[in-house]
Design a protein around this ligand. Structure first.
Ligand SMILES: [Zn+2]
Length: 211
């Protein structure tokens, strides 16, 4: 292998990725995660599925230096959206809650395929994926400057399976998964709600581990 090809490989491995901090939640085996998605130039963030504020309050008040401009839910289940009220009444008063119709304290429900801007460079497209719940939404984020992408799938898609059909049909799940599959040609990273849904083997260099 030539020196140029080796240099090319390393540039691919160590390239700076979209800034996602993943924060472990205490639900059951502790494999539920919430995510802080940050647009670095503006220092603005979305806090996605912060189910258990007590688990992350220390991080949010002492270590997070970004402005949280949205509390975001992939669906209404309490192990995803159960922390909305506590956060709104404590450290994030007035911050919009973005999610589906059944999410507690929701103040903004994005339309299917609606594009929302986060800070300067990140564009997020909301994809309605009803089945696990009727209000399930996947959020596909793209950094316009770097071209980096990821999708937050909640309980619709894990690494080795999909969520249970609590409120939908197999036909709806097929359609939901097809929407996500259609994104695959765009070379994105998957961030499901549980660690086995988070593609660490792919994106370990693009997330900052919660400490
Ligand atoms: Zn769920």
């Amino acid at each position: 292998m030539s020196a140029a090809s080796i240099a090319s490989c390393f540039s691919k491995i160590f390239i700076r990725k979209m800034h996602v901090t993943y924060l472990p939640m205490s639900w059951r085996s502790g494999d539920n995660y919430c995510y802080l998605l940050t647009d670095e130039p503006s220092n603005k963030s979305w806090l996605i599925d912060p189910a258990y504020p007590s688990d992350i309050m220390d991080f949010l008040t002492k270590k997070n230096k970004t402005e949280v401009t949205g509390i975001v839910n992939t669906h209404h289940h309490y192990d995803h959206a159960g922390g909305n009220g506590k956060l709104l009444s404590s450290i994030y008063k007035g911050v919009p809650v973005i999610g589906g119709k059944d999410c507690p304290y929701v103040s903004y429900i994005p339309s299917d395929e609606e594009v929302i801007q986060l800070g300067k460079n990140i564009e997020i497209t909301a994809y309605h994926t009803p089945c696990h719940t009727q209000d399930s939404i996947c959020y596909y984020a793209k950094d316009k400057k770097t071209g980096e992408k990821c999708v937050f799938t909640g309980d619709t898609l894990f690494t080795c399976g999909c969520g249970r059909f609590f409120e939908g049909t197999a036909d709806q799940m097929i359609k939901a998964l097809q929407k996500i599959a259609d994104l695959s040609s765009r070379n994105y990273h998957v961030s499901g709600s549980r660690i086995h849904g988070f593609r660490c083997e792919i994106c370990k260099d693009c997330v900052r581990r919660f400490e």
